[in-house]
Design a protein around this ligand. Structure first.
Ligand code: CMP
Length: 463
């Protein structure tokens, strides 16, 4: 709390927000010290998903509006800005986190306090809220125009595809042999039936862990009726990686040892095995190849994230697990164009797969993975991290993109790549700079990934 008369009145007098308030109305506002709060840098004023409904006006300092674990920043708000109006006006849960960037002084009004203000003051607040929302809509529209322009740049309508199937008459050269770029993306996205659904068990786990009170016992109920999954979890619990060697014989015991987060992670990784473990002829992958690589990247991304912040672990694990999921959708299109891919790699043996995809399809599998993750309603920071994991330097410093990129690279170097077409990997040096890892990290992470893969693949791959 602050002394409103002494400290706040001069601030209010300077802020444009209160221009329409009379001196008497300003005096009324500062007559109650309990309206005003001071927040420390880093303090969370609003948590996404929570059900409180106060409205805030910033009097001094700045806040970040972020999503999920904080990797995506929607906006930075400063003195005179309003936030918290969405839950306040619509009686819904908080749509974003609000975190103090520096020391913040704010006017905080809950419904009861708001209703206690005079009718004239309330009207003035409502006018200001409308004004701010109109400005925010305008900003959002401009951002949309900017994004659309960036998408058009990135996916130019193909004038002519690279190469043509052999034997195609020259007279047809103006007509593309295969669709690509935006046209192909449109075809993929509009045919939603062809997009794989999130595996049912994985979906249930994702929904359950949104509730902070979910217990390991509740989670284990999901898999109790799936003998293969129960056997898998017990095998993992008794594996060298977790070190309970032979001591765990019931799913209840395993659940209590793992705890909610680890159990959720294991069930997710195993349930993803059905989708990620499919054979993919276009990419030259045998059954299980991509799942094995995906869990290596998930484990390594989790390790890297933990070294940065414990909070980032869950998103990093999920992004690592799903980073290549776009290949499942693209596989038939790659297969259809296998002649073009074969010619491409014969001419450019040092190019990575994503370069070939971009040149032949007009985009790479990370773009499609991002679209699928949005379709599965995963947090935007995860789909964004996956979308940019091949070129994290183009993602404006998005940390999850760097983490997934490094985890992918480390896994491939450790012999845990998926294999198949063009397994060559290029390290984006900006990632090493963005995420500083200790000198022993690479070896330790590679060893851990090997043990982790071994503990999980005992079940699905029968190795
Ligand atoms: N794109 C955005 N730009 C500015 N503020 C936002 C944006 N998205 C959410 N917010 C604010 O963050 C607040 C989080 O709590 P509410 O959902 O109540 O209200 C939200 C808005 O006030």
């Amino acid at each position: 709390m602050v002394s409103a008369h002494l400290e706040i009145l001069p601030i209010i007098n300077r802020l444009g927000f209160f221009n329409s308030f009379t001196a008497e109305e300003k005096g009324q506002m500062v007559s109650d010290d309990t309206h005003f709060r001071v927040y420390r840098p880093g303090e969370m004023l609003i948590r996404q998903g929570s059900s409180d409904q106060s409205l805030f006006i910033i009097l001094a300092g700045t806040v970040s509006i972020t999503e999920g674990t904080g990797e995506t920043i929607f906006a930075v708000l400063r003195a005179g800005d309003i936030f918290g109006e969405m839950a306040f006006l619509t009686d819904t849960r908080r749509t974003a986190n609000v975190v103090a960037r520096d020391a913040v002084i704010a006017l905080k009004l809950d419904r009861v306090r708001f209703e206690q203000l005079s009718a004239r003051i309330r009207e003035k607040f409502k006018d200001k809220i409308i004004e701010k929302l109109v400005a925010r809509l305008d900003t959002a529209n401009k951002e949309l125009v900017r994004i659309n322009a960036a998408v058009s740049d990135r996916f130019p309508e193909p004038s002519k595809p690279i190469g043509s199937p052999p034997g195609r008459p020259a007279a047809d050269a103006t007509e593309p042999a295969f669709i690509s770029g935006r046209e192909l993306i449109r075809k993929i996205v509009s045919d939603t039936a062809s997009l794989p659904a999130m595996p049912e068990v994985m979906l249930k786990v994702q929904q359950m862990i949104k509730h902070p009170g979910t217990s390991p016992a509740q989670l284990s109920k999901i898999i109790e009726t799936d003998p293969a999954m129960v056997t898998g979890i017990l095998k993992v619990a008794n594996s060298a990686y977790y070190g309970f060697r032979g001591k765990v014989s019931t799913i209840q015991h395993a659940s209590s040892l793992f705890g909610t987060r680890r159990l959720a992670e294991l069930i997710t990784a195993m349930s993803a095995g059905g989708v990620l473990g499919m054979a993919m002829g276009g990419y030259g992958l045998k059954a299980g190849d991509m799942w094995r690589h995906s869990i290596a990247v998930a484990c390594t991304a989790g390790e890297i994230a933990s070294s940065v912040s414990a909070e980032a672990y869950d998103s990093a694990y999920m992004a690592g697990l799903l980073h290549d999921v776009g290949k499942i959708i693209l596989d038939p299109f790659v297969q259809e164009r296998s002649v073009l891919f074969d010619h491409y790699f014969a001419a450019h043996p040092d190019k990575p797969l994503q370069d070939a995809e971009r040149d032949i399809l007009g985009f790479d599998h990370a773009v499609i993975a991002g679209i699928l993750c949005d379709n599965w309603n995963l947090p935007r920071s995860i789909s964004f991290g996956i979308r940019h994991h091949h070129q994290p330097s183009s993602a404006g410093g998005h940390q999850l993109s760097h983490i997934v990129h490094l985890a992918d690279y480390i896994s491939v170097q450790a012999g845990l790549g998926a294999g198949g077409k063009a397994a060559c990997h290029v390290l984006d040096e900006t990632s090493s700079a963005a995420v500083s890892l200790g000198s022993n990290f690479l070896q330790t992470a590679a060893d851990k990934a090997h043990h982790y893969v071994e503990s999980l693949t005992g079940r699905l791959l029968g190795s």
